[in-house]
Design a protein around this ligand. Structure first.
Ligand code: BGC
Ligand code: CA
Length: 239
């Protein structure tokens, strides 16, 4: 019995093999489909990658252009702002230059007047003439010295001038249209007339102001403009 089984074994084996072959043959179309799908999927992936790669440069290029335009705009604005600042600095520099030149002129003038006998008091230089002239000639002399006959604005200024008084001295005071005015056109408000002055003595047409001794002090007197007097020029000069 056992021999029969053994003799039949190869047949069973063959039959099994034959059945297996048959199974393989029947599974082949599915496998092919599977392979086909896998390959297609792979190809699609490759295609996607290729597309990604091929599309990326134009996108980056667009961004670059956009960034570049932004940078250009920023730089233009910065340049314009710097130009404005430079213009401002240039005009400020011009202002400083003219201020410097003006100060240089003032300093030179200061030195010149100091060296030529002018006296300095409270932001003004004073020149006391060594000779006598009429009121108008005295004033012209002051104008030629880029000054004018003295305008006395305070008791302190009057007291300073009194220290240098040479008897009679013209000051920048005259009567115009019946009104006493200083040489700068301002009306006389605070006056230091001697007692009894101005009196237009003997109706002689006294229309110019002078400093003269009156009593123990000095004060002002109205006098004929054609008289010859010493005079005082004043040049205002604040540093
Ligand atoms: C003057 C006058 C002045 C008078 C005062 C005269 O010598 O010319 O201006 O008012 O003295 O006494
Ligand atoms: Ca008088």
């Amino acid at each position: 019995m056992e021999m029969v089984v053994l003799e039949n074994e190869p047949e069973v084996l063959m039959e099994n093999i034959s059945n297996k072959d048959n199974r393989d043959t029947s599974a082949a179309p599915g496998l092919k489909l599977y392979r086909c799908v896998a390959v297609s999927f792979g190809l699609l992936c490759i295609l996607q990658i290729a597309l990604n790669i091929s599309l990326r440069p134009p996108l980056n290029h667009t961004n670059c252009i956009s960034n570049s335009e932004d940078m250009t705009t920023n730089l233009t604005e910065e340049r314009d702002e710097l130009k404005r600042k430079l213009d401002d600095l240039k005009s400020h520099q011009n202002v400083l230059k003219s201020e410097r030149d003006e100060l240089k002129r003032t300093l030179n003038d200061f030195a010149h007047r100091s060296n030529n006998g002018w006296l300095y008091f409270s932001h003004s230089f004073y020149y006391i003439s060594p000779i006598k002239k009429t009121w108008h000639d005295s004033r012209n002399d002051c104008l030629q010295r880029e000054a004018d006959l003295v305008i006395i604005n305070s008791k302190e200024e009057q007291e300073f001038i009194q220290r240098w008084v040479k008897n009679l001295m013209w000051i920048g005071l005259s009567k115009r249209d019946g009104i006493w005015k200083w040489v700068d056109g301002t009306r006389l408000t605070q006056s230091l007339w001697c007692a009894g002055e101005p009196n237009n003595h003997k109706d002689s047409g006294e229309e110019c102001g002078e400093i003269r001794g009156c009593g123990h002090d000095h004060g002002w007197n109205d006098e004929k403009c054609s008289n010859s007097n010493f005079w005082i020029c004043e040049k205002k000069m604040a540093l």
